[in-house]
Ligand binder design. Structure first.
Ligand code: ADP
Ligand code: ZN
Length: 438
């Protein structure tokens, strides 16, 4: 089993040992921030705290939260804690929910990132002998280069193809014998769809066996679909620019949550509305504190990502806590006719139907007092020729499934295969026109 771990000692250390180690790092990180960042020093001074007040792990709860807006207000380098000459790389978030946020890395931060990505890939079975088809975007987005650095550390052969030019991707995957695919889950679905259309059987014509999917929320249904259509084992991987990029947590082969690399990050869950600390097992917003960052350390970062933490031992032998699949971002939650709904719940409801392709859109309008909730779902090449009666029955089934989960009755619009846009990056699924905004 030793071969299962990239760093057995760290990945399997007892919780007591891990927490002791975390406390030492937390003390250092808070002191480091206090001494090197005006922003953190002021935040702590304002509430009368000094680094000496951090005596046990729970004392992290005394530290004020850091919000995306803190980083934006201090754009670009206001929260950097080293002379700018010490920085060796910069990234920026894709700005899914607003202005970009800068990620600034020292040599030490780059080493840690590569190490954590190597550990994450290795955990899922990626080895030196593999050929990794990396279709995450290269550039400012942390996805492409994050996977690149991790695979390089393992010694895996990397194909740095980035996103787009789908036909060419498939040809190269075939010709070069790719065994690992890395991309957003929405692009994986698009790749599978294009292969099937082109008469390529992933099972017989490709050597793919492992897939790494993340950067956006996806559901178990999409996993089932990707695994079946691409004939691979699909792993969920999570990260964000503010912490390092991908490599914060990853699924092990148990597929029962993503191990958070707690030797570098301290995790808490809070109620997103009140900020109250939640216990393990309770769903809430993830809040991370970096423990080893030197360029742009972050104390108690409000991710807005909603999940549940479990810290019971995992069958794989790793002791690091697991976060369950992200349900969505707290700011993605839609309130439709007073009901709280995450796009992932809609996805889960409709993706099990074989008559539908994996593309959908949620459209919210408010022509007068009441919300109008429409789901556009795409038919497959096979189902598009169904009779009118069959299509009406399908619409009713979709409506029923969504109703079972949300209690709402959406209008269902079925659209032709290929009618909804595909993306090589993060998909946009919700169009909320209720406030006159898209
Ligand atoms: P942006 O906030 O502009 O999208 P990033 O590229 O840094 O910037 O994306 C980080 C965010 O992507 C996370 O906070 C989370 O919302 C989402 N994300 C990343 N990995 C996953 C994953 N495996 N599952 C769900 N969401 C994810
Ligand atoms: Zn595990």
């Amino acid at each position: 089993m030793t071969d299962a771990y990239w760093n057995k000692k760290v990945e399997t250390m007892s919780r007591a040992e891990l927490e002791k180690y975390q406390l030492k790092l937390l003390k250092n990180q808070v002191k480091y921030c206090y001494e090197n960042s005006k922003v953190y020093r002021n935040k702590l001074k304002n509430i009368g705290i000094t680094p000496d007040d951090i005596k046990k792990l729970d004392d992290s709860q005394k530290i004020p939260f850091t919000y995306k807006n803190d980083l934006r207000d201090n754009y670009p380098f206001g929260m950097v804690t080293v002379p700018l000459g010490e920085l060796v790389e910069l990234h920026a978030s894709s700005g899914t929910t607003g202005n970009p946020v800068v990620g600034a890395y020292t040599t030490n931060d780059m080493d840690v990132w590569a190490e954590l990505m190597a550990r994450s890939l290795y955990t899922t079975g990626v080895r030196k002998e593999d050929v990794m088809h990396n279709a995450y975007g290269y550039g400012l987005f942390t996805g492409g280069l994050g996977f690149h650095y991790g695979a390089q550390k393992i010694g895996t052969t990397i194909l740095p193809i980035s996103g787009g030019m789908t036909q060419r991707q498939i040809k190269l995957m075939q010709d070069l014998g790719s065994t690992v695919l890395c991309c957003t889950p929405s692009y994986a679905i698009y790749l599978a769809e294009t292969m099937i259309k082109g008469g390529i059987s992933p099972e017989n014509d490709l050597k793919l066996k492992i897939g790494h999917f993340g950067a956006e929320p996806w559901s178990e249904r999409i996993r089932e679909r990707i695994e079946k259509e691409l004939a691979i084992e699909a792993f969920d991987i999570y990260g964000l620019t503010e912490l390092c990029g991908p490599g914060v947590s990853v699924e092990c082969t148990e597929h029962n949550g993503l191990h958070i690399w707690e030797d570098h990050f301290l995790i808490e869950t809070i109620d997103p509305k009140t900020g109250e600390i939640l216990s393990a097992g309770e769903e809430g917003e993830l809040v991370f504190t970096t423990l080893t960052k030197t360029g742009l350390p972050i104390l108690r970062f409000r991710t807005r990502d909603i999940s549940v933490i479990q810290n019971e031992p995992c069958e794989c032998g790793r002791t690091h806590s697991r976060m369950m699949r992200i349900r969505g971002r707290s700011d993605d939650m839609m309130i439709i006719r007073g009901v709280n709904v995450f796009p992932s719940q809609i996805e889960y409801a409709i993706m099990g139907l074989s008559e539908l392709a994996a593309q959908y859109q949620i459209i919210l309008e408010r022509p007068d007092a009441l919300d109008v909730f429409t789901i556009k779902a795409e038919l497959t090449e096979k189902s598009v020729n169904s009779s009118q009666h069959e299509l009406e029955t399908l619409k009713r089934r979709i409506k029923q499934k969504v109703n079972n989960i949300t209690g709402l009755s959406p209008i269902i619009e079925l659209v032709k295969p290929g009618a909804l846009p595909r993306t090589a990056g993060k998909a946009k699924r919700v169009f909320d026109m209720r406030l006159g905004k898209i």
